[in-house]
Design a protein around this ligand. Sequence first.
Ligand code: 7RM
Length: 635
Amino acid sequence: MSNYHIKHLEEYFQLYRKSVREPENFWEEIAEEHFVWKKRWERVFRWDFTKPEVAWFEGAKLNITENCLDRHLYVRGNKTAILFEPNDPKEEAQYITYKQLHARVCKLANVLKEQGVQKGDRVCIYLPMIPELAISVLACARIGAIHSVVFAGFSSQALATRINDCDCKMVITSDGSYRGAKTTDLKGIVDQSLESCPGVKSVLVVKRTAASIHMEKGRDHWLQPLLDKVSDVCAAEVMDAEDPLFILYTSGSTGKPKGMVHSSGGYMVFTAYTFKNIFRYQENDVYWCTADIGWITGHSYIVYGPLANGATTVMFEGVPSYPDYGRFWDVVAKHKVTQFYTAPTAIRALAKESLDFVDAHDLSSLKVLGTVGEPINEEAWHWYNNNIGRNKSPIVDTWWQTETGGIMISPIPFVTPTTPTYATLPFIGIQPALMDEQGEELMGNQVEGRLCIKFPWPSMARTIWGDHKRYYETYFSTYKNMYFTGDGALRNAVGYYRITGRVDDVIIVSGHNLGTAPIEDAINEHPAVSESAIVGFPHDIKGNALYGFVILKEVGESRDRDNLRKEINQQITEHIGPIAKLEKIQFVPGLPKTRSGKIMRRILRKIASQDTDNLGDISTLLNPEVVASIIKDAL
Ligand code: 7RM
């Protein structure tokens, strides 16, 4: 157990140095001591960022679900694995033990097999935050099927794109979902998607809302009757460490979403090891991450990382504002939550409300607080620290990405002194670099540049599904022999990292990554629109909000502007989902362009954030008169 639980700063530095000087030995010890393998690896890792080709624990055989379930059965079989807190506080919470979870996963795995799902097949999971979501993920892993979870807030078109991109043959969904006061007809959305997904042969439907829904004969099946008929024993498929475990889509700055492919051995080792240390998980703790399993945070730090450590992990179906803004704190008090992990956007939204919502609840169980998803501003950090952490629970500001699989830069609580807005130090084994625009690494402290990682780590994505070239171009072509994150960052006088935000055309709105191109494509399909450009601008709660500059066609000129705005947002909701709706829409006569025809987004960003005193270098600007007119009419 020696190096698994880091206890003081000196130990962190020692382990960090070891992980850099002898990475093979370091990771081999972790992998050997803390996991069960069916066969040992032949090589700890192999890498070549020029291709890129990366492999961890090659030759090893395992099944991640045996590490997350089976091995806990004798030591903690009756311990709660998943603690389900429903949307409606009047509905009873569910305490699913490791034994019960194991049985439910095996049953579903048997149903999947019966439905013809085989090792390597892709299964799309489109479910709300109910236990069946985690169970579906694990059931796929049990039989070696590759899960592709799509966040249940995505529209039918977005779902169809993701189903088709990786050729899923099955979808697991529910009749509907509850979120706050709203119910959503999830099955209706799936039905619509499947009109354009010929590869999907079967749909399994979990009953949640008991809404009356259409069941397509021969294709759709209620899940429960199928579960009732199968055994709760299902041998785990023997997987190679490098076999794909899952695909998870993330927005790119251009083109269609990227299906990031994660493999099983390295992903397991890294998510489990980071979970244990970054949340200082101890046996009787109750850990709660408020993310949705539809995002990477949920995959790594609701399901795999916690379960691989035998933890109790809370799954919350609802929203922070229902039935009122005290709900998070109500849940913390009710279940005596010890680690609480959320996003800055949630903290900002709650900080706007009365402190009475906090003070009405006993938060004394809390030991560690976490944040993830976007930079946390100083004010939100202090509010969180003072009111939720009562100045004694350290805040771990964890920086990482869908692509990195696990947390990369973060304090270790009670070990790394924290500084507001700083993600602080790289986790063990992570070698960050800051680069200047000429491609030179910035050495020393007090520098700011583009954040890269210069050495492989176990949980990095291996490719983009079906497009390895795009994987290379997006992440490995900008800086030679480096993984480029797309983020800017600075390193302060003591070597702490602060992430300053995206440097590409990805905008993070309420913690959700949105690429500008897909939104623009959606808008441009409106018959009255000829061209559009989207930029982000600062927003009190969402972090960033979207500002659209839209050029109308002649047919649009005579139309009512407010109706057009509604239609444009409707268009976006249909193509992507409500999370991508525009906060402001300005109709403009043209867009600032360079002589080579590229939109100068830098100028639009300045206009959107009402910062037009100094537009910077506009020497390549083709149409200054357009800029003057946009500024004059800015919203
Ligand atoms: C885990 C997750 C990734 C992007 C990333 C950053 C931003 C995430 C932080 C952060 C500042 C943080 N995956 N980001 N964590 N920025 N401080 N602690 O969010 O793929 O959905 O997003 O999120 O820009 O590149 S993600």
